[in-house]
Design a protein around this ligand. Structure first.
Ligand SMILES: C[S@@+](CC[C@H](N)C(=O)[O-])C[C@H]1O[C@@H](n2cnc3c(N)ncnc32)[C@H](O)[C@@H]1O
Length: 327
């Protein structure tokens, strides 16, 4: 079920918005140019329009849409009566993502819903668009999105490519995070910290602590080797950050409270599993050539005409699939 990752995404967006980090993997000049050209062209053709971004995340594409709209309003010849009026909505199953997108200019409303079961009427939007989002909702999601597009309107999407740069990055992250989890670092660290605090508080002798420390150091060595092999930025740097903090806390145990360390370990373990879940859901969502051919077939059978269905790439490699279909 596509909604099973909603918690992991919401946790991600809550944190991402709070600390202001962004997903560099998904931000490329070529993709941004594609959207700018696409929206500029769309807004020239239709002056009154309802537009909807699906799986909007922090609303990066909605922001581009709004900028293009502003430009096209300025460019309207003064004698042309057609006032540009766009009703702009966004949808995501993360509340944090929708809230953040709604803070951007031009947005009229937000919907928190699973894109696999859109709570929207057929033929209700002129333009439905998505970037690295709709495909997470399963193989029927594009077809369902197409149904809400009015005749003459468009569905446009940038979709994860099963041989693209983001896919490769996510695959490395998944492997690395799985390897860290397999070291049992979290239970071993809990034991070592607990034993350390017992010694500090004078409750036990050194023996239990020495054993727990030595067990944990086996896991730490495995993580050191992994970071050497994969580089410090693997899994978006979360392994390195954890590794450093773990060492720092363990070496300065006396300045920490046992309950704070226990909370920190629980939070880190949750972070790792939610990162793993998000990355794995990206791998599952990515489309290869056959999957894209299937998507296009479904859309054609629904009566849409496929205007574009091709790879979008930079000099570094494949970024995704570009799909534009007209209803
Ligand atoms: C990789 S992010 C992309 C976000 C944004 N479109 C962008 O390009 O920055 C994927 C987004 O899809 C959303 N998402 C995943 N599955 C979804 C579903 N079934 N229904 C609605 N949103 C979903 C996630 O919450 C997340 O915001």
């Amino acid at each position: 079920m596509s909604g099973s990752n909603a918690g992991a995404w919401d946790a991600y967006w809550q944190k991402a918005i709070k600390v202001g980090f962004h997903n560099k993997e998904a931000e490329h000049r070529e993709i941004e140019q594609f959207w700018r050209q696409f929206f500029t062209c769309q807004f020239e053709q239709q002056s009154r329009t309802v537009i909807l971004e699906l799986a909007c995340g922090k609303g990066a594409v909605s922001e581009i849409a709004h900028q293009c709209l502003e430009k096209s309003s300025i460019c309207q010849p003064p004698n042309q009566n057609a006032e540009i009026e766009v009703r702009h909505y966004c949808l995501d199953y993360s509340l944090a993502a929708v809230k953040n997108t709604l803070e951007k200019p031009g947005l009229e409303g937000g919907i928190v819903a699973d894109a696999a079961a859109l709570p929207l009427k057929n033929n209700s939007a002129d333009l439905v668009f998505s970037q690295f989002g709709i495909e997470y909702a399963g193989r029927k999601a594009l077809l369902n999105a197409a149904k809400i597009v009015k005749p003459g309107g468009r569905l446009a999407a940038i979709i994860h490519h099963a041989n693209g740069l983001i896919y490769q990055h996510s695959k490395c992250s998944v492997k690395a995070l799985e390897r860290v989890m397999q070291t049992d670092i979290f239970p071993l660290a809990r034991r070592a910290f607990t034993a350390g605090f017992e010694v500090l508080n004078g409750n036990t002798g050194q023996e239990t602590f020495v054993r727990a420390d030595s067990d944990m150091s086996v896991a730490v060595k495995q993580i050191t080797a992994l970071l050497k092999q994969q580089g410090p930025s693997v899994a978006d740097g979360i392994i390195l950050q954890f590794y450093r903090d773990l060492g720092d806390m363990f070496n300065r145990l006396q300045v920490f409270e046992a309950k704070d360390i226990a909370n920190w370990l629980n939070n880190m373990e949750d972070d790792f599993s939610s990162h793993l879940q998000r990355m794995q859901s990206m791998l599952d969502a990515a489309c290869d050539k056959e999957a894209m051919a299937f998507e296009c077939q479904q859309l054609t059978a629904e009566g849409l005409s496929i205007e574009h269905c091709e790879e979008i790439a930079s000099h570094q490699g494949i970024l995704g699939w570009k799909l534009i279909a007209k209803a």
